[in-house]
Design a protein around this ligand. Structure first.
Ligand code: M6R
Length: 597
């Protein structure tokens, strides 16, 4: 689970004899492991326990802010994901009662409040009831997992707007933010709903809502096994995930074209609803946003609907024009990104319909949407999105085709032809992967660069943005993506002798005019001393004189080009980062799921 945060880690175990044993350490999980080797792992024998890896929000990543947090008497241990927004008020209340808090975190307030509820008042002696009492007072998004030294066979967990799944094994039960934590032990899982609490024992689990009423949670079987969440001989998850792209793409497309029609996964919208759509918004963050920028080209082209692509964190704060005929496409690998989730809620509050594109079954964003298309790319452990990016592009295109089909802007045979072209993409991406060795060698040469610029036009522009994001995020190198046409409106001032500039070329056949214009752009930067690294369609000989380094990708239809041209950019960023000595899977300051705004 370390991909969710790696600022610090901690464990708590109930020894079965009324003692809570806790160890916490700042830094990577490996630091905690070393500490346990020194202090002795045998101490951690017990009946129930929990572990946590943190991405710091309140309080620096130091030992005392690491989870689990305890109450003053050290009877309760709590781990937490999310932010308790009213923690300042709660903290003041606890301090006024004479309780001294030992950390800067919001989480610690929950530990003290639960301990107090367990000791006094109507919930006394009842851990689930105590946790419910406290949850009702908490504001914000949170998942809490709680143990009490007096309850050696019980773990209680609760969630609001933050993920929580239960793993149901034989004689053992688990709770986690993500199934990969327990996939080694069981594939039978249960997904908790909003404002629900689960009490788990070795024999099973019981779900209630925050009022204490029995509640239904949704059982499911995880479709993949442990090997999918292991490195499988690769140095990094990211490298494995880059190589998994052909398979991931095939999985995204599988089953979505049947009897001549595009099918979505969960459609709580009718064909008439799709026909009524008069405007599309795409909302997403980071890499998912870049996939949305690519989607705009296809959806507008196929459906003639206007498409606006917006960063989810900006969307709801600027009063976008939405009504019941607006379709909001929310793209999120995790399905739990707080900014995207809030954008979805805002859109639905304005009566717009929301279609989610997501990689995580049953996550909060698809749960709150009117229709869902799962990318089925499998677990992505590397913090940098790779296979989920290309799968999102394919899924976005399926949405475009579903809209075109419902609205009749494409004939059924045209939809079938577009789908067939998509179906050919796993093989094309496999071919693009054959550039890996060349690109790695290039990455090693570029590792000392101060900065790298990325240029593209049309669908190559979002690819350039994504190439730059990958490099910033992994190699901590200054990188910018530009629309090549913008160069002379400012960015060309950045060009200096030896500056590496990666250019994503369009097809000379598919986009001849743009191709010619990009060649002029490359000449302009070459004339100013840039070192040009050109990603071009195989057989595009016109580009050779302009390329100090040429990386060839397979020829594919224009709209599908991002699927192949992204591959070398992913490899380039990973290799530059690796050469600079960075952990490619766990870039600094980042976490895979950004569950706070
Ligand atoms: O889970 P999501 O797709 O909603 O995540 C969105 C971004 O946080 C994510 O794509 C991020 O930009 C990646 N680390 C990029 O590699």
């Amino acid at each position: 689970m370390e991909y969710r945060g790696y600022d610090s880690a901690g464990v708590a175990v109930l020894d079965g004899a009324g003692t809570l044993i806790v160890e916490r350490k700042a830094g990577r999980l490996a630091n905690l492991e070393t500490e346990l080797d020194v202090t002795g792992r045998d101490r951690f024998a017990g009946t129930a326990g929990m572990g946590h890896t943190r991405w710091a929000t309140h309080g620096a990543p130091v030992d005392r802010n690491s989870h689990p947090h305890r109450d003053t008497a050290e009877r309760v241990a709590v781990v937490h994901n999310g932010i308790i927004e009213n923690f300042a008020t709660l903290r003041a209340e606890l301090e006024a009662d004479g309780i001294e808090l030992s950390s800067d975190t919001d989480t610690e307030t929950a530990a003290h409040l639960i301990a107090r509820a367990y000791t006094d008042g109507p919930a006394a002696g009842d851990l689930p009831a105590s946790v419910r009492t406290v949850c009702r007072r908490l504001e914000g998004a949170f998942t809490l997992v709680v143990t009490h030294a007096d309850e050696p066979d019980l773990i209680v967990a609760a969630r609001r707007s933050s993920p929580l799944v239960v793993g149901v094994g034989e004689g053992e039960t688990f709770v986690a933010s993500d199934v990969s934590a327990f996939i080694e032990h069981t594939r039978d899982a249960v997904e908790l709903g909003q404002d629900q609490l689960v009490a788990i024992t070795r024999d099973g689990y019981e779900v209630t809502d925050f009022a204490g009423e029995p509640a239904q949670a949704k059982p499911f079987t995880v479709a993949w096994d442990l090997s999918a969440a292991e490195k499988g001989g690769h140095d990094y998850f990211m490298l494995k995930e880059i190589e998994e792209q052909p398979e991931a793409l095939a999985n995204t497309l599988r089953g979505h074209f049947d009897h001549g029609r595009i099918i979505l996964d969960e459609q709580r919208m009718s064909d008439q609803d799709l026909r009524d759509v008069d405007k599309v918004f795409v909302v997403a963050c980071g890499t998912a946003y870049h996939s949305g920028l690519i989607a705009k080209y296809a959806i507008e082209h196929w459906t003639r609907l206007p498409v606006e692509v917006e960063l989810a964190s900006e969307f709801r704060y600027r009063d976008p024009v939405l009504d019941r005929d607006t379709l909001v496409v929310a793209i999120s690998q995790s399905g739990e990104t707080a900014d995207t989730l809030e954008a979805v809620r805002h859109a639905r509050g304005q009566k717009a319909r929301v279609l989610a594109i997501c990689n995580t079954n049953g996550a909060q964003i698809p749960r709150e949407s009117d229709a869902v298309l799962y990318t089925h790319a499998g677990p992505e452990v590397g913090v940098a999105a790779t296979k989920t990016f290309t799968s999102q592009i394919a899924a976005n295109y399926l949405v475009g085709l579903a809209l075109a089909q419902a609205r009749g802007t494409k004939y059924p045979d045209e939809v079938a032809r577009e789908f067939a072209e998509l179906e050919a993409m796993p093989a094309a991406v496999q071919k693009a992967l054959s550039t890996v060795d060349h690109v790695r060698a290039l990455g090693q040469q570029l590792a000392d660069s101060k900065a790298v610029l990325f240029l593209g036009r049309h669908v190559g522009f979002p690819v350039a943005l994504e190439g730059a994001l990958k490099l910033k995020e992994l190699a901590y190198m200054h990188a910018e993506g530009f629309a090549a046409g913008e160069l002379k409106h400012g960015p060309i001032a950045l060009i200096e002798s030896g500056l590496p500039v990666v250019v994503v070329m369009p097809s000379p056949k598919g986009r001849a005019v743009l191709h010619a214009k990009l060649l002029s752009n490359i000449s302009e930067i070459q004339a100013r001393g840039a070192r040009t690294i050109v990603i071009a369609e195989e057989g595009d000989d016109t580009v050779r004189p302009f390329a100090d380094e040429l990386v060839e990708v397979p020829a594919v239809p224009t709209l599908l080009q991002p699927l192949v041209s992204s591959v070398p950019l992913q490899v380039l960023a990973a290799e530059i980062a690796r050469t600079r000595g960075y952990d490619v899977d766990k870039p600094r300051n980042l976490a895979k799921s950004v569950t706070v705004e």
